[in-house]
Design a protein around this ligand. Structure first.
Ligand code: GLU
Length: 283
């Protein structure tokens, strides 16, 4: 099978060194495999995403020497595909409408006897207040959540397992189902304002684009068992994952989009070359 990977930024701020590391890692792996490197614009969050950030990130990536087939997939144009996937999960009885607001969830989580909460990809797992509400009762202000316990019962514990290719942890990773339910649990698959969520969109798009290896930061590894489960439920092909190390600042904190000091544009303006960037990243 031909190797295909992607870099999937959200255009919500300037690309910084961490993004450059992710994009270059994917690019280098695609080159080594004589495969293909794709760009995907993850712009479902129309409030935070801006066309000027997309233009800037394209310019930065081209400056680094990367190229990709155009037109790049844009998630905001793919809402019907996400709706179709939601429809399948709904038909399987795996979704329920949730009317909880953040404050309700915080209050439920801090109730006594809840025990220590392990955090999943979206923070602590949802306490399940709305679980079991019928889809017919969905209100316009409701989010849709995955009934993770049911989903796992249907798909089987092996549905969480995935192949990791990053050096140091390469091999088949088999997450513990009980740990998955406790930490990840009933995630939101359709936000009330968007009709989808990152988890659903990324899984649907990786399949549509024929991605064979997902290259992304190890901060997203916590979401991978969930993504694998969604692939199994939706009958989508199984890629492998390469969760790379994160680029940290001098204080050891991971870089965030607001860290303009580490923005690629800043280094460019100061006269750095793409080779300098690679050196700084240890590539
Ligand atoms: N859009 C995500 C981000 O900017 C990346 C998602 C992924 O690679 O799966 O962090």
């Amino acid at each position: 099978m031909r190797y295909v990977t992607r870099f999937a930024p959200s255009p919500t701020g300037p690309l910084h060194l961490g993004h450059a590391f992710s994009a270059l890692t994917g690019w280098d792996r695609a080159q080594a495999a004589r495969g293909s490197f794709r760009l995907r614009i993850e712009d479902i969050d129309t409030i935070r995403c801006r066309p000027e950030w997309e233009a800037a990130l394209r310019e930065d990536l081209a400056w680094l020497g990367l190229s990709w087939p155009e037109p790049a997939v844009r998630q905001s144009a793919r809402l019907p595909a996400y709706a179709a996937a939601l429809g399948r999960l709904e038909a399987m009885g795996l979704l329920y409408p949730c009317r909880c607001r953040r404050a309700d969830i915080r209050a439920a989580l801090s109730a006594p006897q809840e025990g220590a909460q392990a955090a999943g990809p979206d923070g602590p797992a949802y306490p399940g207040t709305c679980r079991g509400r019928p889809m017919a009762a969905t209100g316009p202000q409701d989010a849709l959540r995955l009934d993770a316990g049911r989903a796992l019962a249907l798909a089987g514990a092996d549905a969480l397992a995935f192949d990791e290719t990053a050096p140091g942890h390469a091999g088949r990773i088999r997450p513990d189902p009980a740990g998955f339910l406790a930490a990840t649990g009933d995630v939101v698959l359709a936000r009330r304002d968007l009709g989808t969520s990152y988890h659903l969109a990324v899984v649907v798009d990786d399949a549509a684009e024929g991605i064979t290896e997902v290259v992304r930061g190890e901060d997203l590894a916590a979401a991978t068992p969930l993504h694998r489960l969604l692939q199994v439920l939706l009958g989508l092909p199984e890629p492998v994952w390469h969760h790379h190390r994160l680029i940290r600042d001098a204080a050891g904190r991971r870089l965030a989009k607001r860290d303009d000091a580490r923005a690629l544009a800043r280094y460019r303006a100061e006269g750095a070359t793409p080779a300098d960037i690679r050196r700084m990243l240890g590539l």
